[in-house]
Design a protein. Sequence first.
Length: 122
Amino acid sequence: MKNTLTTIILPCMLALNLASCSQYESTVFAGDYRYYSGIGEFFDCKTGVKYYLGKQGVNKELKEKYLALKLDEKDDVYLNVEGYLMEESPEDTLIPSTIFIATEFISFDTSRGCEVGRRVGH
C-alpha cells in the first residue's frame, strides 16, 4: 500500500500543484492571426498592438489550423483565443519584448478582421 502511495499518488499531487501555480491568468483575446515564415503573429484588436506568439500553449495547434485553411501567403484570419502576455526572459532574446501565449483555441473567422488602420508595429 505504501508503495502505491509513493509511486502514483504523490507524483500526481505534485503535478497538479505545479500546474495550478502559474503566475499568469488566461483571458479571452480577439484579433488577427497569421503564420508566416515559421512565426505566429497576433494583432490584438482591442489594443492595436501586434505580438509574436511564444512556443508555449497551443501555438502548434493554431499553426496547424491556420495552415489547414489554405489562405494566401500573409493573409490574416480573425481569431478568438484564450491567452496571456508575457515578457520574454533575457536568456531567450537579446531585445526584451512582450510575447503572446495562446492557451486555448476558441475559433477562427475568415470573413472578418480588425481595423487595419489602427495597427501599431506593422
